[in-house]
Design a protein around this ligand. Structure first.
Ligand SMILES: Cc1cc2nc3c(=O)[nH]c(=O)nc-3n(C[C@H](O)[C@H](O)[C@H](O)COP(=O)(O)OP(=O)(O)OC[C@H]3O[C@@H](n4cnc5c(N)ncnc54)[C@H](O)[C@@H]3O)c2cc1C
Length: 515
């Protein structure tokens, strides 16, 4: 019987519980299932699912010496090759943890323009980032890199372990696997994808819209010259959306065409399905052959009502699903993990201010809501009716204004995100770009996942929090404010030049100072 018991919010300070745990790297223990006996604690955090979100979260937690066990139901990593785009904010996160060079080696840089509803526009001027490009990278590769990164940092990953149940109480969560094994941790995070078992067992609602239309998407070679494809695309214009054949290089094309009922929804599409739909839409199948991968996706759009119930949290596709237009899903999940990691670690290490863990939902739920909305808007802009097409033409004109184009690209690439930290200058709550500092680059100082006080005045100190917050006095830093306090996720938590005010904000984000 798989049951879950929802408890009151746990106390924020876990020091007492932590002291009672077994030290060192845990052996994963088998334990009896029966009665009120609790399985021995094997980890501080169990993560269900080793997709990009789960792997990123595991690595972030390990930065703070939190013991992490990742349970993945598949015995082997996914081999389904789908090129995803890492957007600017995700590239920034990789740079903040020293991962970017490794990731870039496996991807292709592409311009960060024309991403909104596939409306072809140039990269807007003045994108405020040192990493203002899109990195096309196969999803299995980014998953492998993130999993390796988590393991190198000390996370334990167990494959072939499907989470099928859990119970939570005031001290922890007992997780049940498909073979009946029970494992216990302080927290459980469901990073187990759109059909999340953890979310369902938690009883958290997943309201939104079911899938209305299906689209075929794949990568394959074509049997006709590029000019012929371009001429056909011009002839067809915007009549059939979503529809495109875009060269990826090396003779490979990205092909997207409305499924319109072709094939069996429960089964992967075939090359013949693509040919049939291309002939119906374009009058020719362009001689497509040698597919790299073929997939079908719907436009279901849903957002979990809550991201946390007691000691169980949700992140990534487990918390939100939406159509892949604009390529934001993986990015959103990785960014959830980045937001959650240091907060959950603080909770477990025992220094988290009382409400810190709940800021995860307060900050990330609206961001996901905004992404869902922009994909709803893009879906409309890609539909074939005369109304949506008229709106598309109007927006296409408006995007000639660079500010409009930039606003939409900042939305898709997540560099426009601003968390609500209260009244203050526009920079407050935003991420800080990778500015030049005396020691080189700002992001190079964030590899350890700690806070950072960047002080141009040289008068301030974070001394009492030095076990959690680094300090850099740099009068030359490329900042137009005297001092900023950065959280471990690179968001600006405070701006000013007054020590007393700063101390209040250090307590707000980093808890009470060490004795
Ligand atoms: C056609 C298509 C194109 C896309 N293109 C892009 C793009 O360009 N850019 C982008 O950002 N996103 C894109 N996405 C979305 C992206 O693939 C997902 O958002 C992303 O994979 C979500 O990551 P995740 O780790 O949250 O979940 P998942 O990738 O779904 O990983 C969940 C993991 O949990 C495991 N699991 C499930 N249940 C259990 C269980 N009970 N116990 C243990 N393990 C379990 C699964 O095996 C899986 O490994 C695209 C999606 C589609 C369909």
């Amino acid at each position: 019987m798989h049951s879950q018991q929802v408890t009151a919010e746990p106390p924020s300070d876990d020091r007492a519980g932590r002291d009672s745990t077994v030290g060192g790297v845990p052996e994963v223990l088998r334990s009896p299932v029966s009665g009120a006996d609790r399985a021995p604690l094997v980890s501080d955090v169990i993560i269900a699912g080793c997709g990009p979100t789960g792997a990123m979260l595991a690595a972030e937690l390990r930065l703070h010496d939190v013991r992490v066990l990742v349970l993945e139901k598949e015995t082997e990593p996914a081999s389904f090759v789908r090129i995803v785009g890492l957007h600017i904010r995700s590239l920034e996160l990789m740079a903040m943890r020293g991962l970017l060079e490794r990731v870039v080696r496996y991807g292709r840089r592409r311009p960060a323009g024309g991403l909104f509803a596939a409306i072809p526009k140039p990269v807007p001027k003045g994108l405020d980032s040192a990493y203002a490009y899109l990195l096309g990278i196969p999803q299995p590769v980014i998953e492998r890199l993130l999993e390796e990164h988590a393991i190198e940092r000390g996370a334990q990953v167990r494959r072939g372990c499907a989470v099928v149940g859990f119970k939570q109480d005031e001290e922890g969560v007992t997780v049940e696997l498909a073979d009946g094994e029970q494992l216990r941790s302080r927290y459980l995070v469901g990073c187990d994808g759109g059909r999340s078992t953890v979310r369902k067992l938690l009883g958290v609602g997943f309201p939104g819209e079911p899938s209305r239309t299906e689209t075929l998407m794949g990568e394959m070679e074509v049997g006709v010259p590029q000019e012929e494809i371009a001429a056909k695309m011009t002839e067809i214009g915007q009549i059939h959306q979503p529809f495109w054949l875009r060269p990826f290089g090396g003779g490979i094309y990205s092909v997207v065409v409305p499924a319109a009922g072709v094939g069996d929804r429960g089964k992967p599409p075939t090359l013949e399905d693509f040919r049939q739909r291309l002939r119906a839409v374009a009058g020719t199948d362009f001689g497509v052959h040698s597919p790299r991968w073929l997939s079908r996706f719907g436009d279901a759009t849903r957002l979990a009502e809550r991201y946390r119930v007691g000691r169980v949290l949700l992140a990534g596709d487990a918390a939100h699903i939406h159509p892949p237009i604009g390529g934001q899903g993986l990015n959103l999940g990785v960014q959830d993990a980045f937001n959650l990691g240091w907060k959950l670690a603080a909770q477990i290490r025992g220094w988290a201010p009382e409400t810190l863990l709940d800021t995860y939902q307060a900050e990330r739920h609206p961001v996901a809501g905004d992404v869902l909305d922009n994909t709803r808007a893009q879906t409309e802009l890609l539909s074939a009716g005369p109304g949506p097409q008229a709106v598309r033409r109007l927006l296409t004109e408006l995007m000639d204004f660079d500010e409009v184009n930039r606003y939409l690209i900042e939305k898709i690439t997540a560099i426009g995100v601003r968390y609500d930290f209260g009244e203050g200058p526009d920079l407050l709550g935003r991420r800080l770009r990778d500015i030049d500092v005396e020691q080189g680059h700002l992001y190079g100082l964030l590899h350890r996942g700690r806070g950072l006080l960047l002080d141009r005045t040289g008068r301030l100190t974070a001394g009492a929090w030095s076990d959690r917050v680094d300090y850099l006095a740099d009068p030359t830093a490329e900042l137009d404010v005297p001092c900023v306090l950065l959280r471990p996720d690179g968001h600006v938590a405070w701006i000013g030049d007054d020590q007393q005010d700063l101390d209040g904000h250090l307590s707000r984000w980093f808890g009470e100072p060490a004795d």
